[in-house]
Write a protein that binds this ligand. Structure first.
Ligand code: ADP
Ligand code: MG
Length: 802
């Protein structure tokens, strides 16, 4: 309207000035240009109007668009709010509320179960305590019940453990779901923020556009003003026109710019629409996702709820059943308790009395111990005294035994004489010379008969061994002597006889059939072993040889060295041989070694009677030293086993020179042995031990309560009868020393020499005053008397001259 008014006025102004300018071409030109300008102005005005209309329309459009957009934003905001509310609701419905509620429920259930379990345990403890108090019913059914309950309890605990594990799993799941929900929320928040940003941006643009529109609206006023100025001030019209044109230009540019802006806005609107569509799609997608997650979660929660309910129900029912059982057990225990109460009372009573006893026990114990100690010491004292008494008695008994033994030996004779007849051997040859000249009494094993020069001579010894007697049998008779050596007695066993009569066989024997030497040592070993519990024994062995009256050590390093017999320097009067080797023997192997060693060194010479005949006395001296561990008693016994040199007469052996000297030494020593035995048996004050090395060496073993055995070896061969006779005479004489001391003294004043023995002959036997026939019968031993009676009646008695 303003534009129209301005136009109207402009037109009226033109009409008033035109007639005055017509006469001038410049004016006309100006006028024409003005008209043209006017036209243009009109056109411009029209255009401007069109533009204004368009702008207004655009403005309207934009307004409506912005209104529309605002509406849309509002609805979107409302939707977002709604969705946020929905999310909040969902969250409270899903994540937060139910799962937590579920978890809380489970935790509460768990707590309740724990409480129940604790109560059960308490009850169980109580039951156990009661059971412990009821010691007497240890093996009753409560124990079994208790074991069952314990088992049930452990099962329950296991189940509770399982439930706990399940709970933890559920917790984990709920946690996962909550996390996922938080993620969804986060994403939703992000998209909302994006939308808010987009909205902000759009609203800013809108504001900018409105401002631009407002500025554009304010501009036409200026144009109007310019036109007016052109109308009013025509002088300035041209300039104004120019300005207007430039202004118009500018406006056109502005319009172009606005169009551009509009275009951009349209584009932005489009993009925002697109974004909105995208956001909507996203929202729809999120909603669908949320819906799905919600559904899934609901399902899972449902399943979990069901499972939990089932587990709880099962646990509850089991717990109920178990509780019922426990209650029943408890009831049983209570009834038992009631029945046990009297027993408990008596037990308490007993316990109290026991307590009292226990309190009094130390005193009682001390008292008892004191009395027991006193009793024990008294008993020990008694035992000691009994032991002392026993020891005294034992020693007395030992003495007595020794005495008895001595008495027995004395009765039997300290010197015993055995005869041994060897069998006829190949060496005896054949023919009448090898005929048997010795016969035996079938009724009396102490008598033998010798057929000498057609006459039978009988001899009585302590024992006679016929040719068939074995080494074993001979040893049987000797072993008592051997064992007495362990008791501390000195023993001498001599083998006497002519060379070849079997002395060495009896003493040493053969490897297959050993003689007295080896058997004696073996017996000693076994005896010593038998007494090893109480006694410690050592057995030593020495081997010596007396040849031509000189003593040599057969086990020494220098066998040729002559040893001397000396008195012990301790003043005991005992003899010893300095330098005589002693070997300790413990086994048969040791003995064999010693014997082998001795044999090598033995000096043997051949004679024409027997090439193995020995011309020296061989001595095996076994010393047994014992210690009684209980009494400290020490014993020393010596067993002298002597293989004497051949007793044959020198004339018969045909020896000369050194042989003769050997024979003389032998005869001398054998006579000296006879003298010593005689002196001992007849208990003479002086015993001529020093007359020979042999008797001097054996002095200890021949005197005192020593025992002597003379084994007289004889050959049964006809050709040896002379020597056999001599040997038997020697034997009988040795034995006859036992006869009564008075007559013995009278009769046996002297011991015949070997030569005398040799000179004896059966023909000269009946010398008056000699022989047993001259003794009073009371002085003879009954056995001797009987034999002699026998011999007298047979007319064969020969008194043997001494
Ligand atoms: P001596 O030692 O007295 O000289 P020996 O013991 O050497 O005599 O005996 C001479 C021989 O007679 C030896 O061959 C021996 O084996 C044998 N002899 C001795 N006595 C017996 C016997 N009782 N049984 C068997 N053979 C014997
Ligand atoms: Mg010999």
């Amino acid at each position: 309207m303003n534009l129209e008014k301005a136009g109207g006025r402009l037109c009226s102004g033109k009409r008033a000035s035109l007639p005055a300018a017509r006469p001038f071409p410049v004016i006309q030109k100006v006028m024409a240009s003005m008209a043209h300008l006017q036209k243009e102005k009109l056109q411009l005005q029209e255009e401007l109007l069109g533009l204004q209309e368009k702008l207004a329309a655009q403005e309207n459009d934009e307004l409506s668009l912005s209104l529309q957009l605002q509406g849309q934003v509002e609805t979107l905001k409302a939707k977002v709010l709604e969705q946020a509310q929905e999310i909040g609701r969902l969250r409270s419905e899903l994540g937060g509320t139910d799962a937590e509620k579920h978890r809380d429920l489970l935790a509460a259930e768990n707590e309740r179960l724990r409480q129940e379990m604790k109560a059960c345990e308490g009850e169980l403890r109580e039951l156990r305590r009661q059971q412990q108090q009821q010691a007497p019913c240890r093996d009753c059914h409560h124990l079994q019940e208790n074991a069952g309950l314990q088992e049930q309890l452990s099962q329950l605990q296991q189940e509770a453990e399982e439930t706990r594990a399940k709970l933890v799993e559920l917790d984990l799941e709920v946690q996962q779901k909550t996390n996922r929900l938080a993620e969804v929320e986060l994403r939703l928040k992000d998209s909302l923020a994006e939308r808010a940003e987009e909205e902000e941006r759009l609203s800013r643009r809108l504001r900018d556009s409105q401002e631009t529109i407002a500025s554009l609206k304010s501009q036409p006023q200026q144009i109007k003003y310019i036109i007016k100025t052109v109308e009013v001030e025509s002088a300035k019209a041209k300039q104004a026109l120019c300005e207007t044109q430039s202004r118009n230009q500018y406006l056109q540019e502005q319009v172009g710019m606005q169009r551009q802006v509009l275009k951009e806005m349209e584009q932005q609107l489009q993009s925002s629409q697109k974004t909105e569509a995208q956001l909507r799609a996203q929202i729809v997608m999120y909603e669908a996702e949320l819906e799905r997650a919600h559904g899934q979660m609901l399902e899972e929660m449902q399943a979990m709820e069901e499972e939990k309910n089932r587990a709880i129900e099962e646990a509850f029912s089991r717990a109920q059943v178990e509780m019922k059982a426990v209650h029943e057990n408890l009831a049983g225990v209570r009834t038992n308790l009631l029945t046990l109460q009297p027993a408990l009372r008596t037990l308490t009573h007993d316990y109290n009395s026991l307590k009292r006893q226990v309190r009094d026990f130390p005193l009682l114990l001390q008292e008892t111990l004191r009395s027991a100690r006193a009793e024990i010491s008294q008993a020990i004292e008694e035992v000691h005294s009994t032991n002392r008494e026993l020891l005294r008695k034992y020693r007395r008994e030992l003495q007595l035994r020794k005495k008895c033994h001595n008495e027995l030996v004395r009765l039997k004779g300290n010197i015993r004489v055995f005869g041994r007849v060897r069998p006829i051997t190949k060496e005896d040859g054949e023919g009448p010379e090898a005929a048997n000249a010795v016969t035996f009494d079938t009724d009396d094993d102490a008598v033998l008969h010798l057929l000498h020069k057609g006459k039978q001579v009988s001899f009585e010894l302590d024992k006679v061994f016929p040719p068939q007697a074995s080494q074993e049998e001979v040893f049987q008779e000797v072993q008592a002597l051997v064992t007495s050596c362990i008791d501390g007695y000195n023993v001498c066993i001599f083998a006497y006889g002519q060379t070849g009569a079997g002395k060495t066989y009896t003493m040493e024997g053969t490897a297959a059939n050993p003689g007295i030497n080896q058997r004696a040592l073996q017996l000693l070993f076994s005896e010593v072993r038998g007494k090893a519990a109480d006694w410690d024994y050592t057995i030593t062995v020495s081997a010596a040889e007396i040849y031509n009256e000189s003593l040599r050590d057969l086990l020494g390093k220098e066998p040729q060295e002559k040893l001397e017999i000396k008195l012990c320097p301790d003043g005991s009067g005992q003899l010893y041989v300095p330098g005589l080797t002693e070997f300790r023997v413990q086994s048969v192997e040791d003995i064999n070694k010693v014997f082998d060693f001795g044999h090598v060194k033995r000096v043997t010479e051949c004679t024409n009677l027997n090439e193995h005949s020995s011309r020296s006395h061989a001595l095996l001296i076994i010393t047994v030293r014992g210690l009684d561990r209980s009494t400290g008693l020490r014993t020393t016994g010596k067993l002298n086993l002597v293989d004497l040199a051949g007793s044959e007469r020198v004339g018969r052996s045909g020896a000369e020179g050194s042989r003769l000297r050997e024979a003389q030494h032998i005869n001398k020593s054998l006579s000296a042995l006879g003298d010593v035995i005689y002196a001992l048996r007849s208990r003479q004050g002086h015993v001529p031990f020093r007359n020979s090395k042999l008797t001097y060496l054996l002095q200890d073993s021949l005197s005192g309560d020593s025992k002597t055995l003379m084994m007289v070896q004889v050959s049964p061969a006809e050709k040896n009868t002379s020597e056999t006779l001599c040997s038997l005479k020697f034997a009988e004489r040795v034995r006859s020393v036992e006869l009564g001391p008075v007559s013995r003294k009278a009769e046996l004043a002297s011991w015949p020499s070997q030569e005398q023995l040799e000179g004896d002959s059966p023909g000269s036997a009946a010398t008056p005053g000699r022989g047993h026939a001259s003794h009073s019968p009371g002085q003879l031993s009954s056995r001797s008397a009987s034999i002699r009676r026998k011999l007298h009646t047979s007319g064969k008695l020969r008194s043997v001259p001494l």
